[in-house]
Design a protein around this ligand. Structure first.
Ligand SMILES: Cc1cc2nc3c(=O)[nH]c(=O)nc-3n(C[C@H](O)[C@H](O)[C@H](O)COP(=O)(O)O)c2cc1C
Length: 204
């Protein structure tokens, strides 16, 4: 069993990125569950002054990431970058120093935009760079940047979302399989073993 936490970089009610995450369970390998996290809109702006007594919303995010075997993030692109709400969530979960929830965590990243060009790839690149810097194991690919995302998703009467574009759905299957492989092989843990030892040696 592989438990995956899905985080959308958009808090918009009709978000295409959130909808895309809801389409993923149907494409997941056997034994993988995907739960979409709700609550990054409840996080306060990151402020080191709040770290002494962290808000419940922050604890909930950190615990959800820590309890998951892997994380998948779908981000929109805002002005060629990651939306502030997502960056805020990355920052909160990166603390306290030395106890980052991202450290060694296998993470898959994708992006989506209703625009005809790019599919949010610039935001996705930034997201991948930030996650790598946090010691997450970022699944290499396939790199999925969905253009014209509104035309590739359909929603039925029960609000079930389907990714109806076979090419994108095929890539999503491979991305989820790669995330599953990383979890099962403990690639995340292996990846940060020496890095963790080095950080401990700095503290000591
Ligand atoms: C402030 C702002 C900046 C945006 N900048 C970009 C951009 O740089 N590239 C892009 O492809 N779309 C851009 N968009 C359009 C978003 O891709 C679009 O609003 C998308 O639907 C947001 O994702 P969501 O549907 O998951 O909320 C921007 C939208 C907003 C509100």
């Amino acid at each position: 069993m592989t438990r995956v936490l899905a985080i959308s970089g958009s808090i918009r009610a009709q978000s295409f990125n959130t909808a895309l995450l809801h389409a993923l369970p149907a494409l997941a390998p056997e034994g993988m569950t995907i739960e979409v996290f709700k609550g990054i809109d409840e996080l306060p702006h990151f402020n080191q002054d709040l770290e002494a007594d962290v808000p419940a919303s922050v604890v909930r995010l950190r615990e959800a990431i820590q309890a998951a075997d892997g994380v998948i993030i779908s981000t929109p692109e805002y002005n060629r970058s990651v939306p502030g709400v997502l960056k805020n969530a990355l920052d909160w979960a990166s603390r306290p120093y030395g106890q980052s929830s991202w450290f060694g965590k296998p993470v898959a990243a994708l992006s989506a935009s209703p625009g005809p060009q790019g599919g949010g790839i610039r935001a996705q690149e930034e997201l991948r760079s930030q996650l790598r810097n946090l010691g997450a194991y970022v699944v290499h690919g396939p790199e999925i940047a969905v253009t014209e995302v509104h035309s590739r998703l359909s929603v039925d009467e029960q609000a079930r979302v389907t990714l109806n574009d076979p090419a994108t759905a095929g890539m999503a299957k491979f991305l989820l399989a790669a995330l599953d492989d990383a979890v099962r092989a403990n690639t995340g843990g292996t990846h940060v073993k020496s890095l963790g030892a080095w950080m401990t040696s700095l503290a000591g």
